[in-house]
Design a protein around this ligand. Sequence first.
Ligand SMILES: Nc1ncnc2c1ncn2[C@@H]1O[C@H](COP(=O)(O)OP(=O)(O)O)[C@@H](O)[C@H]1O
Ligand SMILES: [Mg+2]
Length: 281
Amino acid sequence: MNGQASRIIQLSRMAGRENNLPASKIISVCSGKGGTGKSFFAANFAYTLARSGKKVLLIDFDLNFSNLNILLNKTTDNFLSEFFEKKKSLEELVFSYSSNLHFIFGDSGREDHPHVNRDLIDYFFIALDRLAAKYDYFILDSAAGSDELTLYQLSKSNFNILLTSPEPTAIMDAYAVIKLLKNEGSSANDLVVLNKCSCAEEAKNSFSNLSMASKHFLGIEPNFLGWISFSNAIHQSILNQELYLRSTPQSRTAEEISSIAERFESIATWLIMTKDAAETV
Ligand SMILES: Nc1ncnc2c1ncn2[C@@H]1O[C@H](COP(=O)(O)OP(=O)(O)O)[C@@H](O)[C@H]1O
Ligand SMILES: [Mg+2]
């Protein structure tokens, strides 16, 4: 970390501005294991919010294992690592997909990828703060798992959308993430999406098992945001490197993700209202 960056972090910590974004801004999409559909969901959820008029910046935060650009078949010369190397600002890295939907892509497999530590994550959140006026939502497509840095990033987000599937093993992984986040001191809201489901009942039963365990053992009740059916067409869209909902706006998956986005927005609005009310008391 160079001197200027550490001074910025120090000053903003002293001023209490660290992660002082409005209550609904930063959404991290996370999971216990890889392959749960985080990148697929993050891209299509961002697209759905953008289509409903929100300005969204989706950032590939799976550091050095990034693949959003491949998922979307887009090429760029600008990668998030350059921000961590202090070569470029976040703004300089933005790829404009449409007027409402912007991306920042990441690198994959770089041997000299910058070592990202907690200070650099703080530095990143401060830089997001500077872009706050331009966007309604920042979505971070996060790394799977629970390494120290990922937990730190998740604990600084306003919302964590935890993507899991109905198998008991995946539910156990989701429970582990909620538990580790609690131990990390996270105050983020934990929201759960059940992906790759066969029916609504399966999704609801699996969520209920997760919710009962976290309530009983952790005293935390995660919110159920919704569920997404297993669909071979999604698999095909990834092979075709296309944004699924762009080519299939009338599909069942589009309806499922739209209702997740609506539920998310009503939870976010409610939290802003309660935060504003608490501040005026
Ligand atoms: N609802 C779904 N139905 C069928 N396949 C899915 C679904 N969601 C994701 N997938 C598949 O899961 C795989 C992993 O998705 P991806 O978004 O890359 O996961 P992650 O980012 O969590 O590692 C993809 O190959 C995709 O085809
Ligand atoms: Mg991914």
